[in-house]
Each structure stands twice: as C-alpha cells, then as structure tokens.
Design a binder for this molecule. Sequence first.
Ligand code: NDP
Length: 328
Amino acid sequence: MADTARTVIIEEHGGPEVLRVVEREVGEPGPGEIRIRHEACGLNFIDCYQRSGLYPMQLPQALGMEASGVVEAVGEGVTHLSAGDRAAYAALPPGAYCEARVMPAAQVCRLPDAIPFDEGAAMMLKGLTVQYLFHRTTPLKAGDTVLFHAAAGGVGLIACQWAKSEGIRLIGTAGSDEKCALALEHGADACINYATEDWAARVRELTDGAGVDVVMDSVGKATFEGSLDCLKPLGMMISFGNASGAVEAFNLGILGQKGSLKVTRPTLFTHIADHAACQEMAGMLFGKVVSGDVKIRIGQRFPLEEVAEAHRALEARRTTGQTILTLS
Ligand code: NDP
C-alpha cells in the first residue's frame, strides 16, 4: 500500500495558479479517525473562496471538502464505519483533493451500493446543503414558493429536483438561456435569465404581485438587494454564498420597510457538526438519490492534475451541474 498520495495544496492565497499537486504522507488513523482511499473528489465554490483568501486559512493548506472512496482503516472509537466500506463525505478540515487521506470519521457516511462513487463525490456537500436549506432553516411546505439563484449550478440542479419532489414551487435564475433550460428540465417551475431580464420584476409577475415565501441566494453581492424586493411580507431571505462577492453591510431598518423580513446566513458545517444530525441528513439525501427523485448530473470531469483549470471554469461560470476531479 503506498504511503504517499497525490494531494492538492496551496502555499499562498491567490488565483488558480497557486494550486499545486504534491506527494504527501498519508499515515495511520488515530482515535476517531479513518484512512480513506478516494475514487473521486467533488469541486465546490467554497474551494475557490478558500484558495483566493475570501475565507482566510492557515497556510500551507490542502484543499477540497468532498469526496468518495473506500475506507482502508479505522481508528479507535469509530463504530459507524469499517475497513472495506464504500463511503462519501462533506467534511472539515479541507484536504479532500487527494488520492488518500487520514481524516475525522464523524462526517463520513456509508455510501449505498446503488450510488456510484462519482455521484457520491459530486453530491455530498451540495446535497446536504439542499437538505438543510429545505428542512432545517425555515419551515417550508408543499405549495410554498422559493426563488433560487444560480439554479443550473451544482447546488442549484439538486435544489430544482428536491423542490419538485416536495411540491414546492421553485423559481430559478441563471446566467444564460441554455442554463435556464437546464434548470427547467430538472424541475424548476420557471427560470429567469438574470443576465438579460429585470428578474425582480419578473418574480413579481410570476407570483401575481405577491412575492415569494423564501429566497435562497448564493450569488451574494450582486443579487442581495433585489432578492429582498422579491419577498412577501414576513418572508425569509437565506443568504448562503458569495459567488459574485460578499454581501455588503446594510441598514437593518430596510427589513422593516420591506415587510418585517427575516434574514439568515447559514453554513453547512454548523448543521453537520453533530454526528447524528449529519448521518440523518445524509440518509435523507441518499433516499432522494436512490429513489430517483434527485439525479446527480456531473457536467464536468477534470483529472486531479487539471485542478487549476477546474477552478477557472467554475469561477468563469462555464460549468453546469456538479463537477468532479478524477484520480485514475
Ligand atoms: P455553482 O456550480 O452554483 O457555481 C456558481 C454559480 O454562481 C455560477 O455557475 C454562476 O451561475 C453563478 N454566479 C453568479 N454570479 C457569479 C459570479 N460573479 N462569478 C461566478 N459565478 C457567479 O457552485 P456550487 O454549486 O459549488 O455552489 C453554489 C453556491 O452555494 C456558492 O456560492 C457556494 O459558496 C454556496 N454554498 C454555500 C454553502 C453553505 O452552507 N453556506 C454550502 C454549499 C454551497 P450563472 O451563470 O447561472 O449565474
């Protein structure tokens, strides 16, 4: 068994050029840890924030938060996994862009046999995010209307299908007509090209002037204000990302003027910090995928060595659906 594994690290924050593939020692798992040999790794926008320094990190740092593979060894106290198990995860600390690693076991989940490794690698961080957005952030029920930005992206295409499976009306936005068509194919009830349309006005039209119950906004700076204008009185703004830049400080009074709105800024890692909660959330996600309610659409595959090109494509809005890094 090789003691080293190809691993992507950064030694400084910056553009995609700071990503380097190096050989690193893997080691043996300590208490509460596992050693896992990856089959594939998932690419997420958060990896770009960590690389660029929008989310500053101690350097040098291995990157990547999501992968699938086979458990090779378990440390003392790990009871939910055994050597030989198929597994997938979204987890801290970063370091998932690699062939093999030692990592904490708590957020690693057994991957059902019916889900291929590629899909397991592509779906954990994005799918668990959709789970907490729809089930753990604000009460949502069939018939409610949600505005979901970047609906053709990795999280977005899962959200479109998830909403459909629960009878929630999802109005998407996306940056081109082709992307809008993809969101519609995946279950969005409507999709607005926000590059060419007055999307906030269009949301009003689509809701007969009422506005939506909830906005799920991962675009951030460019859409935050317009999103508030799309909400019903007492509506909930879930700001969960910064693809266009971080949301700027704003006057809280605006929430009162626009109808006693609520705003929250959640992150997945708060929700999955608890082992039992994480495993339960994953159980629901696996159920959606195994039943066919949610299909994982891997739009792009890049060999690990081309990780910089993968980051460029994601940041340039050239990707749709999920993206993985391959290891063979
Ligand atoms: P996506 O595949 O959705 O890619 C991001 C998309 O954002 C782009 O494809 C693009 O779609 C849109 N976008 C809008 N403006 C910009 C811009 N200026 N630059 C780049 N992209 C832009 O990524 P992920 O699925 O990995 O993540 C989606 C979002 O969800 C990210 O913001 C991520 O940080 C957030 N997230 C948050 C989590 C949390 O718990 N808080 C967990 C997981 C993800 P288009 O061309 O259609 O506009």
